[in-house]
Design a protein around this ligand. Sequence first.
Ligand code: PMP
Length: 400
Amino acid sequence: MPLQFASRLDNVETSAIRELFKLLGKPGIISFAGGFPDSAMFDVDGLREASAGALAEEPGGALQYGATEGYEPLRTQLAAFERHKGVAGVEPHHLIVTTGSQQALDLLGKTLVSPGDKVIVEGPTFLATIQCFRLYGADLVSAPIDADGVQVDRLEALIREHRPKFVYLIPTFGNPSGALLSLERRRRILALAVQYQVLIVEDDPYGDLYFGAAPPPSLLALSDQVPGSREWIAHCGSMSKVLSPGLRVGWLIAQPDLLARATMCKQFSDAHTSTFAQATAAQYLRSGRMPATLENVRRVYAERAQAMGDALQRELGDAIAFTQPQGGLFFWARLTGAGGAIRDAGEFARRAIEQGVAFVPGAPFYAKDPDRSSLRLSFATADVARIREGVQRLGQSLRG
Ligand code: PMP
């Protein structure tokens, strides 16, 4: 008799993307497939100083068990970080530290989703969220997006029809969409939250990675301007994309009831996020290096995004359609089939691997009704020369 696993696993499969990653070991491959930041850009000196500072100044706190809610000096720094980004009145006790924002999403699934509950997500959305909410039995409903983020009229119709437990959005430089939700849509979504008394989960790991002008304020920041909306926002933040994903430092800001229950569930999950990582992150934020680090990552990713956009236009022409991202790590594109070129992104990905370049087809990012002509390209980890070379190979794969 084989080992019997929990029935909750029946709804979840290992991702198609993981299968693709197995092929990435091929020598010489240029990868646009990952969702990672570039490790060459980690502020190693700054983190070395911060971790040494944590051990020198607060060895007890940094190495001992800690509070589930998070290490107090880090909560203080994170509250200040959010206030600096326009979130008025955030105090340390309004947030808990999580083991990456991924854990915040898991805690939201655990605390809010009963089997069969409807949850609205964007189509497309972050794959791990789809998997995570499904694990708790969520019945996912997909709201369409365009270059300005989720389409609010459609979202309202879906809220009315499905009365979801919550709505999950990545409003700023979405993964995989790269889309930026407009200010006007943000205001309307906050109004919908109040009108329908529906929780909006705002996942925001990319908001600091903008290339030109700063994006509109987060839903959390804007909630101040829409009376009654603050309690309907749960905001997930992360150090992963700007500082280091290996630190596993994220945070969750939500109304006190939800935060208390998420904290209880976190106790059973990992007791607390690594105190050493938290003390390091706290020292880092206190050191004042963050603004320069942010400027550096913005500058480098902006250059790469520009190089990729130019190369895509040059090499693939009207066979591909995309909006130039204004931040984040991703291009989201659609194969148009122009001139008889290939339209199926899965087939395109297979051909591209043969030419030595990888990306991920878009279909797995849809909870429902996948668009098989869509694909995601990350410009984060290859330098400008490799981006040009990789896109040239993409052009060859498309024609070949
Ligand atoms: N949300 C989104 C939209 C992401 O893209 C990611 C990382 N790829 C996460 C959450 C999780 O990030 P972390 O747990 O490292 O904070």
